[in-house]
Design a protein around this ligand. Sequence first.
Ligand code: NAP
Length: 256
Amino acid sequence: MELKDKIVLISGATGGLGKELVRGMAGYAEKIILLARNKDKVLELIEGYEPGKFDYFLVDLSNRKELLSVCKKIKKRYGRIDILINNAAVGTHKSFLGSSLDDLWYMQEMTLNAHLLLTYELFPLMTDGGKVVNIGSVAEAISLPIMGNYSMAKSALYTFSNVLRMEAKERGMTVLHVTLGPLENENFNANMLSGSKGVSKSKKTSLSYASGKIISAMKKDKSRIIVPWFYSSIICFDFLFRSISDALKVKFFKSR
Ligand SMILES: NC(=O)c1ccc[n+]([C@@H]2O[C@H](COP(=O)([O-])OP(=O)(O)OC[C@H]3O[C@@H](n4cnc5c(N)ncnc54)[C@H](OP(=O)(O)O)[C@@H]3O)[C@@H](O)[C@H]2O)c1
C-alpha cells in the first residue's frame, strides 16, 4: 500500500507507540486524525508540523456513548478514511481473581470493545484499498499468569483481525495484525490498570524500531507481523509444550 496522501486515524495517539507511528507517518499521510484523552499531549505532539496535517478528537475510549458521538463527528467531517490504526490499550499486572470487576470490565472496554466499535462505525468510510491495523501483543498467544485480563482482550483482538481480514478482502481492503513483545515505554507502565508497575524485566524493543516495522508492514500489505521476530519461536514453544511453558511462566512471575 502506498501511504502517500492517505487519511489515517489512530487511537492512543499520544502514547509511546502512538507518537512514534504518528511521527513516522507524518511525512506521507495527507491527514492524521488523532484520538486521545489529553489535549496538552496532543498539542505538544503536533507542534511544529504544517497546519492542516492533523485533526484530533478527545475521547475516553472506555465510554461507549462518548465514542459513538466522536464517530458521528468524524463521519460528518470526513468522507473517507484510508487507514484505521487500533492502537490504544491498557495493561495490568493482576490475576483474574485478584482484580476488581470494574478493572475486568474496563480492560475489555478499552483494549477490545473500543476497537470493535471504531472499526464497526468507521468501516463504511473506508474505501477500496483501505487498511485496518490492530496492535496486539505476545500476550494474545502466550497467556501470562498476572496479565490474564490483558491476554484475554488481546487474544480476542487477534481473532477479530483474522475474522475481519476475510470480510475486508471482499471489499478490496486489508488487515494487518501486529504482535508485539515488550517495548521500551515507561508510559505503558504508568498507565497500568492495577498491580505492580514495571514488573517486567524482559528485554525490550525500542519504540522507533517497532514503529518502523509496522509502517514497513503496512507498505508491504502484510497480514501479520511479530516484533521482534524471535517471539515467534517462544509462541511455538508455548503452543507445543503447554505444561512446561505454564510451569516456567508461573515460576518466572513468582520470582518477580
Ligand atoms: N508497551 C509494551 O510493552 C507493549 C507490549 C506489547 C504490546 N503493546 C501494545 O502496543 C500498543 C501501544 O501501547 P504503548 O506501549 O504505546 O502504551 P501507552 O504508552 O500506555 O499508550 C496507550 C495509549 O492509550 C491511551 N489511553 C489509555 N486509556 C485511555 C482511555 N480510557 N481513553 C482514551 N485513551 C486512552 C493513552 O493515553 P495517554 O497518552 O493520555 O496516556 C495512550 O495514548 C497497545 O495496544 C499495547 O497493548 C505494548
